[in-house]
Design a protein around this ligand. Structure first.
Ligand SMILES: Cc1cc2nc3c(=O)[nH]c(=O)nc-3n(C[C@H](O)[C@H](O)[C@H](O)COP(=O)(O)OP(=O)(O)OC[C@H]3O[C@@H](n4cnc5c(N)ncnc54)[C@H](O)[C@@H]3O)c2cc1C
Length: 447
Protein backbone atom coordinates (compact mmCIF):
# COMPACT_ATOMS: atom_id res chain seq x y z
CA UNK A 1 0.00 0.00 0.00
CA UNK A 2 2.74 2.43 0.98
CA UNK A 3 4.63 1.67 -2.23
CA UNK A 4 1.55 2.45 -4.28
CA UNK A 5 1.05 5.77 -2.48
CA UNK A 6 4.71 6.68 -2.84
CA UNK A 7 4.88 5.87 -6.52
CA UNK A 8 2.00 8.03 -7.64
CA UNK A 9 2.70 11.53 -8.87
CA UNK A 10 1.26 14.00 -6.40
CA UNK A 11 -0.02 17.48 -7.12
CA UNK A 12 -0.38 18.86 -3.62
CA UNK A 13 -2.14 22.18 -3.21
CA UNK A 14 -2.06 23.91 0.16
CA UNK A 15 -4.62 26.67 0.62
CA UNK A 16 -3.33 29.34 2.99
CA UNK A 17 0.10 30.80 3.63
CA UNK A 18 -0.23 31.05 7.40
CA UNK A 19 1.98 29.05 9.73
CA UNK A 20 -0.05 25.87 9.19
CA UNK A 21 0.19 26.02 5.40
CA UNK A 22 3.88 26.95 5.44
CA UNK A 23 4.81 24.27 8.00
CA UNK A 24 2.93 21.71 5.91
CA UNK A 25 4.81 22.76 2.77
CA UNK A 26 8.09 22.58 4.69
CA UNK A 27 7.52 19.06 6.03
CA UNK A 28 6.22 17.78 2.69
CA UNK A 29 9.51 18.84 1.11
CA UNK A 30 11.42 17.08 3.91
CA UNK A 31 9.60 13.77 3.55
CA UNK A 32 11.86 10.96 2.27
CA UNK A 33 9.34 10.14 -0.48
CA UNK A 34 9.25 13.70 -1.82
CA UNK A 35 10.90 14.03 -5.20
CA UNK A 36 10.89 17.54 -6.59
CA UNK A 37 11.19 16.25 -10.15
CA UNK A 38 8.02 14.21 -9.75
CA UNK A 39 5.75 15.86 -7.20
CA UNK A 40 4.39 19.40 -7.15
CA UNK A 41 3.69 21.32 -3.97
CA UNK A 42 1.91 24.67 -4.32
CA UNK A 43 0.99 27.05 -1.52
CA UNK A 44 -1.84 29.35 -2.60
CA UNK A 45 -2.05 32.47 -0.45
CA UNK A 46 -4.75 35.10 -0.99
CA UNK A 47 -2.89 38.18 0.27
CA UNK A 48 0.56 37.68 1.74
CA UNK A 49 2.36 35.01 3.71
CA UNK A 50 1.81 35.47 7.46
CA UNK A 51 -0.63 38.32 6.83
CA UNK A 52 -3.11 36.93 9.38
CA UNK A 53 -2.75 35.57 12.91
CA UNK A 54 0.46 33.77 11.97
CA UNK A 55 2.27 37.07 11.63
CA UNK A 56 0.60 38.75 14.59
CA UNK A 57 0.59 36.09 17.30
CA UNK A 58 2.61 36.10 20.49
CA UNK A 59 4.76 33.10 19.66
CA UNK A 60 4.80 31.37 23.02
CA UNK A 61 5.61 27.65 22.95
CA UNK A 62 4.78 25.51 25.96
CA UNK A 63 4.87 21.83 26.81
CA UNK A 64 1.61 22.34 28.72
CA UNK A 65 -0.23 23.74 25.68
CA UNK A 66 -3.03 21.67 24.14
CA UNK A 67 -3.95 19.25 22.66
CA UNK A 68 -1.54 16.94 24.41
CA UNK A 69 -1.43 14.39 21.59
CA UNK A 70 0.65 16.75 19.43
CA UNK A 71 2.17 19.29 21.82
CA UNK A 72 5.23 17.28 22.99
CA UNK A 73 6.06 16.39 19.38
CA UNK A 74 5.66 19.97 18.22
CA UNK A 75 7.67 21.43 21.10
CA UNK A 76 10.53 19.11 20.20
CA UNK A 77 10.23 19.83 16.47
CA UNK A 78 10.53 23.56 17.22
CA UNK A 79 13.85 22.89 18.89
CA UNK A 80 15.01 20.66 16.03
CA UNK A 81 14.05 23.27 13.45
CA UNK A 82 15.85 26.00 15.34
CA UNK A 83 19.01 23.89 15.64
CA UNK A 84 18.96 22.82 12.00
CA UNK A 85 18.23 26.20 10.45
CA UNK A 86 19.64 28.75 12.88
CA UNK A 87 16.23 29.63 14.31
CA UNK A 88 17.71 31.57 17.18
CA UNK A 89 18.97 34.16 14.78
CA UNK A 90 16.40 33.80 12.00
CA UNK A 91 13.15 33.68 13.96
CA UNK A 92 14.07 34.54 17.54
CA UNK A 93 13.73 31.02 18.93
CA UNK A 94 14.75 30.86 22.56
CA UNK A 95 13.78 29.22 25.79
CA UNK A 96 11.90 31.68 27.93
CA UNK A 97 10.58 31.84 31.48
CA UNK A 98 6.86 32.09 31.94
CA UNK A 99 4.71 33.21 34.83
CA UNK A 100 1.31 34.28 36.00
CA UNK A 101 1.34 37.79 37.39
CA UNK A 102 -1.28 39.45 39.55
CA UNK A 103 -0.94 43.16 40.05
CA UNK A 104 -2.72 46.27 41.14
CA UNK A 105 -2.31 48.65 38.19
CA UNK A 106 -2.12 52.41 38.37
CA UNK A 107 -4.90 54.59 36.98
CA UNK A 108 -4.40 55.88 33.48
CA UNK A 109 -4.81 59.47 34.70
CA UNK A 110 -2.02 58.88 37.21
CA UNK A 111 0.28 57.60 34.48
CA UNK A 112 -0.18 60.69 32.37
CA UNK A 113 1.03 62.84 35.24
CA UNK A 114 4.09 60.71 35.87
CA UNK A 115 7.49 61.73 34.64
CA UNK A 116 10.26 59.35 33.65
CA UNK A 117 10.92 56.66 36.21
CA UNK A 118 13.96 57.55 38.29
CA UNK A 119 17.03 55.68 37.19
CA UNK A 120 15.45 53.74 34.33
CA UNK A 121 17.10 55.49 31.39
CA UNK A 122 20.43 54.89 33.04
CA UNK A 123 19.75 51.18 32.96
CA UNK A 124 19.72 50.74 36.69
CA UNK A 125 18.30 47.34 37.62
CA UNK A 126 15.07 48.00 39.44
CA UNK A 127 15.15 44.46 40.78
CA UNK A 128 18.19 45.18 42.86
CA UNK A 129 16.79 48.37 44.25
CA UNK A 130 14.32 49.10 46.96
CA UNK A 131 11.28 50.96 45.74
CA UNK A 132 9.86 53.65 48.00
CA UNK A 133 11.69 52.16 50.94
CA UNK A 134 9.89 48.83 50.41
CA UNK A 135 11.87 45.67 49.89
CA UNK A 136 10.88 43.23 47.12
CA UNK A 137 7.47 41.97 48.00
CA UNK A 138 7.03 38.43 49.21
CA UNK A 139 5.02 37.61 46.10
CA UNK A 140 7.61 35.33 44.55
CA UNK A 141 8.33 37.82 41.76
CA UNK A 142 11.65 36.72 40.25
CA UNK A 143 14.42 39.24 40.81
CA UNK A 144 15.32 39.48 37.16
CA UNK A 145 11.74 40.34 36.25
CA UNK A 146 12.77 43.87 37.03
CA UNK A 147 10.66 45.61 34.41
CA UNK A 148 7.48 45.06 36.39
CA UNK A 149 7.08 47.41 39.35
CA UNK A 150 7.35 45.14 42.39
CA UNK A 151 5.27 47.29 44.72
CA UNK A 152 2.27 46.75 42.45
CA UNK A 153 2.56 42.98 42.36
CA UNK A 154 0.13 41.03 44.50
CA UNK A 155 1.06 37.56 43.33
CA UNK A 156 3.40 35.69 41.00
CA UNK A 157 3.33 32.05 40.06
CA UNK A 158 5.89 30.31 37.86
CA UNK A 159 4.29 28.61 34.85
CA UNK A 160 7.34 27.44 33.02
CA UNK A 161 11.06 27.22 33.34
CA UNK A 162 13.37 27.10 30.38
CA UNK A 163 12.58 23.42 29.82
CA UNK A 164 8.84 23.98 29.57
CA UNK A 165 8.47 27.23 27.66
CA UNK A 166 10.09 28.79 24.64
CA UNK A 167 9.21 31.40 22.06
CA UNK A 168 9.55 32.32 18.41
CA UNK A 169 8.77 35.44 16.44
CA UNK A 170 5.77 34.07 14.52
CA UNK A 171 6.13 36.29 11.46
CA UNK A 172 9.79 35.45 10.94
CA UNK A 173 9.16 31.79 11.69
CA UNK A 174 6.36 31.53 9.12
CA UNK A 175 8.37 33.37 6.48
CA UNK A 176 11.42 31.19 7.14
CA UNK A 177 9.49 27.91 6.77
CA UNK A 178 7.97 29.13 3.50
CA UNK A 179 11.39 30.12 2.18
CA UNK A 180 12.91 26.77 3.19
CA UNK A 181 10.05 24.95 1.48
CA UNK A 182 10.54 27.02 -1.67
CA UNK A 183 14.26 26.30 -1.70
CA UNK A 184 13.39 22.60 -1.66
CA UNK A 185 10.98 22.90 -4.58
CA UNK A 186 7.62 24.10 -3.25
CA UNK A 187 5.95 26.99 -5.07
CA UNK A 188 4.21 30.00 -3.55
CA UNK A 189 1.46 31.58 -5.61
CA UNK A 190 -0.35 34.73 -4.51
CA UNK A 191 -3.91 34.01 -5.56
CA UNK A 192 -7.22 33.64 -3.82
CA UNK A 193 -8.73 30.19 -4.04
CA UNK A 194 -12.29 30.44 -5.35
CA UNK A 195 -13.16 26.78 -5.80
CA UNK A 196 -12.05 23.27 -5.01
CA UNK A 197 -13.17 21.06 -7.84
CA UNK A 198 -14.12 17.42 -7.47
CA UNK A 199 -14.65 14.47 -9.73
CA UNK A 200 -18.27 13.32 -9.95
CA UNK A 201 -19.26 11.20 -7.00
CA UNK A 202 -18.74 7.53 -7.67
CA UNK A 203 -21.59 5.35 -6.50
CA UNK A 204 -20.59 3.24 -3.48
CA UNK A 205 -21.80 0.11 -5.32
CA UNK A 206 -19.18 0.55 -8.03
CA UNK A 207 -16.29 0.98 -5.61
CA UNK A 208 -14.22 -1.77 -4.06
CA UNK A 209 -15.07 -2.70 -0.47
CA UNK A 210 -13.60 -0.36 2.18
CA UNK A 211 -10.87 -2.75 3.31
CA UNK A 212 -9.26 -2.69 -0.15
CA UNK A 213 -9.11 1.12 -0.16
CA UNK A 214 -5.88 2.88 0.81
CA UNK A 215 -6.36 4.01 4.39
CA UNK A 216 -5.25 7.56 4.41
CA UNK A 217 -5.18 9.65 7.51
CA UNK A 218 -5.20 7.27 10.39
CA UNK A 219 -3.37 4.67 12.33
CA UNK A 220 -5.43 1.86 10.85
CA UNK A 221 -6.15 0.28 14.19
CA UNK A 222 -9.36 -1.58 14.90
CA UNK A 223 -10.79 0.75 17.54
CA UNK A 224 -14.46 1.69 17.22
CA UNK A 225 -13.58 5.25 16.34
CA UNK A 226 -11.30 4.14 13.50
CA UNK A 227 -13.91 1.87 11.93
CA UNK A 228 -16.66 4.45 12.19
CA UNK A 229 -14.40 6.93 10.45
CA UNK A 230 -13.67 4.62 7.55
CA UNK A 231 -17.37 3.93 7.03
CA UNK A 232 -18.10 7.65 7.02
CA UNK A 233 -15.41 8.18 4.37
CA UNK A 234 -16.84 5.39 2.21
CA UNK A 235 -20.18 7.22 2.08
CA UNK A 236 -18.66 10.09 0.14
CA UNK A 237 -16.82 8.90 -2.92
CA UNK A 238 -16.01 12.11 -4.67
CA UNK A 239 -12.39 13.08 -5.08
CA UNK A 240 -10.46 16.30 -5.31
CA UNK A 241 -9.45 17.00 -8.89
CA UNK A 242 -8.27 20.60 -9.15
CA UNK A 243 -8.19 23.98 -7.44
CA UNK A 244 -9.22 27.30 -8.99
CA UNK A 245 -7.77 30.59 -7.84
CA UNK A 246 -8.07 34.22 -8.80
CA UNK A 247 -5.07 36.46 -9.34
CA UNK A 248 -6.06 40.08 -8.87
CA UNK A 249 -2.81 41.42 -10.37
CA UNK A 250 -3.70 39.92 -13.76
CA UNK A 251 -7.47 39.64 -13.22
CA UNK A 252 -7.28 35.97 -14.17
CA UNK A 253 -8.74 32.76 -12.90
CA UNK A 254 -6.44 29.77 -13.06
CA UNK A 255 -7.16 26.10 -12.42
CA UNK A 256 -4.39 23.72 -11.41
CA UNK A 257 -4.60 19.96 -10.94
CA UNK A 258 -4.69 18.64 -7.41
CA UNK A 259 -4.43 15.07 -6.23
CA UNK A 260 -4.25 16.33 -2.63
CA UNK A 261 -5.58 19.59 -1.24
CA UNK A 262 -4.82 20.78 2.27
CA UNK A 263 -7.20 23.43 3.55
CA UNK A 264 -5.15 25.59 5.91
CA UNK A 265 -7.06 28.81 5.43
CA UNK A 266 -7.43 29.53 9.14
CA UNK A 267 -10.67 31.37 9.96
CA UNK A 268 -11.52 31.47 6.23
CA UNK A 269 -11.60 27.69 5.88
CA UNK A 270 -15.41 27.38 6.02
CA UNK A 271 -15.77 29.76 3.05
CA UNK A 272 -14.22 27.07 0.87
CA UNK A 273 -15.52 24.06 2.75
CA UNK A 274 -18.75 25.06 4.50
CA UNK A 275 -18.93 21.83 6.50
CA UNK A 276 -15.84 22.90 8.47
CA UNK A 277 -17.06 24.17 11.85
CA UNK A 278 -14.50 26.96 11.97
CA UNK A 279 -14.96 30.60 12.75
CA UNK A 280 -12.75 33.54 13.68
CA UNK A 281 -12.23 35.37 16.94
CA UNK A 282 -10.66 38.81 16.64
CA UNK A 283 -7.83 39.76 18.98
CA UNK A 284 -5.78 42.94 19.19
CA UNK A 285 -2.10 43.25 19.95
CA UNK A 286 0.59 45.89 20.12
CA UNK A 287 4.37 45.89 20.06
CA UNK A 288 6.49 48.25 22.10
CA UNK A 289 10.19 49.02 22.22
CA UNK A 290 10.82 49.30 25.95
CA UNK A 291 12.85 52.18 27.27
CA UNK A 292 15.67 49.80 28.17
CA UNK A 293 16.40 46.10 27.68
CA UNK A 294 14.11 43.65 29.47
CA UNK A 295 14.69 40.09 30.66
CA UNK A 296 13.05 37.19 28.78
CA UNK A 297 9.65 36.48 30.31
CA UNK A 298 6.24 35.57 28.96
CA UNK A 299 3.61 36.78 31.39
CA UNK A 300 -0.03 35.95 31.78
CA UNK A 301 -1.52 38.69 33.89
CA UNK A 302 -4.45 39.71 35.96
CA UNK A 303 -4.24 43.44 36.49
CA UNK A 304 -6.79 45.26 38.57
CA UNK A 305 -7.02 48.91 37.65
CA UNK A 306 -9.02 51.27 39.86
CA UNK A 307 -12.10 52.49 38.02
CA UNK A 308 -12.00 56.04 36.76
CA UNK A 309 -13.81 57.92 33.96
CA UNK A 310 -10.99 57.18 31.47
CA UNK A 311 -11.04 53.43 32.05
CA UNK A 312 -13.54 51.61 29.79
CA UNK A 313 -13.27 48.18 31.36
CA UNK A 314 -14.47 46.90 34.69
CA UNK A 315 -12.74 44.36 36.87
CA UNK A 316 -9.36 42.79 36.25
CA UNK A 317 -7.87 42.69 32.76
CA UNK A 318 -5.62 39.96 31.42
CA UNK A 319 -3.19 41.13 28.78
CA UNK A 320 -0.43 38.69 27.87
CA UNK A 321 3.02 40.25 27.80
CA UNK A 322 5.90 38.63 25.92
CA UNK A 323 9.41 40.03 26.01
CA UNK A 324 11.16 39.19 22.76
CA UNK A 325 14.88 38.95 22.11
CA UNK A 326 15.06 41.93 19.75
CA UNK A 327 14.21 44.41 22.52
CA UNK A 328 10.54 44.20 21.68
CA UNK A 329 7.62 43.67 23.98
CA UNK A 330 4.51 42.10 22.50
CA UNK A 331 1.17 42.48 24.24
CA UNK A 332 -2.14 40.90 23.28
CA UNK A 333 -5.57 41.18 24.78
CA UNK A 334 -8.71 39.14 25.00
CA UNK A 335 -10.80 38.28 21.94
CA UNK A 336 -13.95 40.02 20.75
CA UNK A 337 -16.75 39.13 18.37
CA UNK A 338 -17.59 42.74 17.39
CA UNK A 339 -16.61 42.43 13.73
CA UNK A 340 -17.07 39.35 11.56
CA UNK A 341 -14.12 37.82 9.74
CA UNK A 342 -13.60 40.13 6.74
CA UNK A 343 -12.88 39.19 3.14
CA UNK A 344 -9.09 38.94 3.52
CA UNK A 345 -6.32 39.49 6.04
CA UNK A 346 -5.77 42.91 4.46
CA UNK A 347 -9.29 44.00 5.44
CA UNK A 348 -9.06 43.31 9.18
CA UNK A 349 -10.34 46.30 11.13
CA UNK A 350 -8.09 47.52 13.91
CA UNK A 351 -9.89 49.21 16.80
CA UNK A 352 -7.35 51.78 17.92
CA UNK A 353 -9.10 52.21 21.26
CA UNK A 354 -8.60 48.53 22.10
CA UNK A 355 -4.90 48.88 21.33
CA UNK A 356 -4.66 52.00 23.49
CA UNK A 357 -6.39 50.16 26.31
CA UNK A 358 -3.78 47.39 26.10
CA UNK A 359 -0.98 49.93 26.22
CA UNK A 360 -2.53 51.63 29.24
CA UNK A 361 -3.05 48.32 31.03
CA UNK A 362 0.53 47.17 30.71
CA UNK A 363 1.92 50.67 31.27
CA UNK A 364 0.09 50.66 34.56
CA UNK A 365 2.47 48.03 35.92
CA UNK A 366 5.71 48.78 34.05
CA UNK A 367 7.63 51.98 33.52
CA UNK A 368 9.82 50.22 30.97
CA UNK A 369 6.68 49.89 28.88
CA UNK A 370 5.11 53.23 29.85
CA UNK A 371 8.18 55.09 28.71
CA UNK A 372 8.75 52.90 25.68
CA UNK A 373 7.78 53.49 22.05
CA UNK A 374 4.72 51.85 20.53
CA UNK A 375 5.76 50.33 17.21
CA UNK A 376 2.65 48.47 16.06
CA UNK A 377 -1.10 48.35 16.69
CA UNK A 378 -2.77 45.42 14.99
CA UNK A 379 -5.58 42.86 15.01
CA UNK A 380 -6.14 39.41 13.56
CA UNK A 381 -8.46 36.43 13.83
CA UNK A 382 -7.82 33.16 15.64
CA UNK A 383 -9.25 30.12 13.84
CA UNK A 384 -11.57 28.52 16.38
CA UNK A 385 -13.98 25.62 16.34
CA UNK A 386 -17.56 26.79 16.69
CA UNK A 387 -18.87 23.57 18.15
CA UNK A 388 -18.71 22.55 21.75
CA UNK A 389 -16.98 19.44 23.02
CA UNK A 390 -13.93 19.63 20.81
CA UNK A 391 -11.13 22.10 21.23
CA UNK A 392 -9.47 21.36 17.91
CA UNK A 393 -7.45 21.57 15.85
CA UNK A 394 -8.79 19.44 13.02
CA UNK A 395 -6.01 17.63 11.20
CA UNK A 396 -6.62 14.99 8.56
CA UNK A 397 -8.93 13.71 5.87
CA UNK A 398 -12.42 14.99 5.39
CA UNK A 399 -14.19 11.98 3.90
CA UNK A 400 -13.67 13.39 0.42
CA UNK A 401 -10.71 11.67 -1.15
CA UNK A 402 -7.68 13.92 -1.33
CA UNK A 403 -9.18 16.74 0.75
CA UNK A 404 -7.49 17.42 4.09
CA UNK A 405 -8.22 19.92 6.83
CA UNK A 406 -5.50 21.54 8.92
CA UNK A 407 -7.23 24.26 10.85
CA UNK A 408 -8.86 25.36 14.10
CA UNK A 409 -5.57 25.71 15.96
CA UNK A 410 -7.04 28.42 18.15
CA UNK A 411 -4.45 30.05 20.42
CA UNK A 412 -1.75 27.39 19.91
CA UNK A 413 -1.21 27.37 16.15
CA UNK A 414 2.38 28.57 16.31
CA UNK A 415 3.19 25.96 18.92
CA UNK A 416 1.45 23.15 17.04
CA UNK A 417 2.35 23.99 13.45
CA UNK A 418 5.46 21.78 13.14
CA UNK A 419 3.61 18.67 14.37
CA UNK A 420 0.67 19.49 12.10
CA UNK A 421 2.94 19.81 9.08
CA UNK A 422 4.88 16.65 9.83
CA UNK A 423 1.75 14.58 10.39
CA UNK A 424 0.13 15.81 7.19
CA UNK A 425 3.28 14.95 5.25
CA UNK A 426 3.09 11.44 6.69
CA UNK A 427 -0.58 11.11 5.77
CA UNK A 428 -0.03 12.29 2.23
CA UNK A 429 3.12 10.32 1.49
CA UNK A 430 2.59 7.23 3.65
CA UNK A 431 -1.15 6.97 4.05
CA UNK A 432 -1.00 7.14 7.84
CA UNK A 433 0.52 9.07 10.68
CA UNK A 434 3.35 7.53 12.63
CA UNK A 435 4.77 10.35 14.76
CA UNK A 436 1.67 10.81 16.91
CA UNK A 437 -1.75 9.30 17.43
CA UNK A 438 -4.17 12.00 16.32
CA UNK A 439 -7.43 10.09 15.99
CA UNK A 440 -8.95 12.62 18.39
CA UNK A 441 -8.23 15.37 15.87
CA UNK A 442 -9.64 13.56 12.83
CA UNK A 443 -12.08 15.93 11.10
CA UNK A 444 -14.33 12.97 10.19
CA UNK A 445 -15.29 12.69 13.83
CA UNK A 446 -17.36 15.83 13.53
CA UNK A 447 -17.97 16.53 9.84
C1 LIG B 1 -3.43 37.65 19.53
C2 LIG B 1 -2.99 36.25 19.24
C3 LIG B 1 -1.93 35.71 19.96
C4 LIG B 1 -1.54 34.38 19.71
N1 LIG B 1 -0.47 33.88 20.39
C5 LIG B 1 -0.05 32.62 20.15
C6 LIG B 1 1.05 32.08 20.86
O1 LIG B 1 1.66 32.74 21.69
N2 LIG B 1 1.42 30.79 20.60
C7 LIG B 1 0.75 30.01 19.69
O2 LIG B 1 1.11 28.85 19.52
N3 LIG B 1 -0.29 30.53 18.97
C8 LIG B 1 -0.71 31.79 19.19
N4 LIG B 1 -1.78 32.30 18.52
C9 LIG B 1 -2.53 31.42 17.60
C10 LIG B 1 -1.93 31.38 16.21
O3 LIG B 1 -1.63 32.67 15.77
C11 LIG B 1 -2.92 30.73 15.23
O4 LIG B 1 -3.41 29.51 15.75
C12 LIG B 1 -2.23 30.44 13.90
O5 LIG B 1 -1.57 31.58 13.43
C13 LIG B 1 -3.23 29.95 12.87
O6 LIG B 1 -2.52 29.75 11.69
P1 LIG B 1 -3.26 29.39 10.34
O7 LIG B 1 -2.21 29.17 9.33
O8 LIG B 1 -4.24 28.31 10.61
O9 LIG B 1 -4.17 30.66 10.02
P2 LIG B 1 -3.79 32.12 9.44
O10 LIG B 1 -2.56 32.65 10.03
O11 LIG B 1 -5.04 32.92 9.59
O12 LIG B 1 -3.51 31.83 7.92
C14 LIG B 1 -4.53 31.51 7.03
C15 LIG B 1 -4.12 32.04 5.68
O13 LIG B 1 -5.05 31.58 4.71
C16 LIG B 1 -5.18 32.57 3.74
N5 LIG B 1 -6.41 32.37 3.00
C17 LIG B 1 -7.68 32.49 3.47
N6 LIG B 1 -8.56 32.25 2.49
C18 LIG B 1 -7.84 31.95 1.38
C19 LIG B 1 -8.18 31.65 0.05
N7 LIG B 1 -9.46 31.57 -0.37
N8 LIG B 1 -7.19 31.42 -0.84
C20 LIG B 1 -5.89 31.49 -0.46
N9 LIG B 1 -5.52 31.81 0.80
C21 LIG B 1 -6.48 32.03 1.70
C22 LIG B 1 -5.17 33.86 4.53
O14 LIG B 1 -4.84 34.97 3.70
C23 LIG B 1 -4.14 33.56 5.59
O15 LIG B 1 -2.85 34.02 5.23
C24 LIG B 1 -2.20 33.61 18.74
C25 LIG B 1 -3.25 34.18 18.01
C26 LIG B 1 -3.65 35.47 18.26
C27 LIG B 1 -4.77 36.06 17.46
Amino acid sequence: MTMELNDERKDIVIVGGGIIGCATAYYLTRHPSYDRTKHRIVVLEATRVAGGASGKAGGLLAVWAYPNNIVPLSFKLHQDLALEHGGEEKWGYRRVLCGNLEAQGRKRSELEGLGPAPGLPLGKRAGDAKKGGKAWSGTGLPKDLDWILPELVTGYEKMGGSRETAQVHPYHFTMALMRLAEEAGAELIIGSVTAINYTDPVSPASTPPPQSQPTVGNTGDKSPSASSLSSSSSRSRRKVESVTYYVSATDQEVTIPATHTVLAAGPWTARLFPAAPITGLRAHSVTITPVSAVSGYALFTEITIPSSPDVRYRGPVSPEIYARPNNEIYVCGEGDMDVEVPETTADVQVDEQRCDDLIAQVSSVSDHIRLGRVTRKQACYLPVLNIGGSGGPLIGETGTDGLYLATGHSCWGINNAPATGLLLAEMIFEGKTKSADIRQLDPRRIL
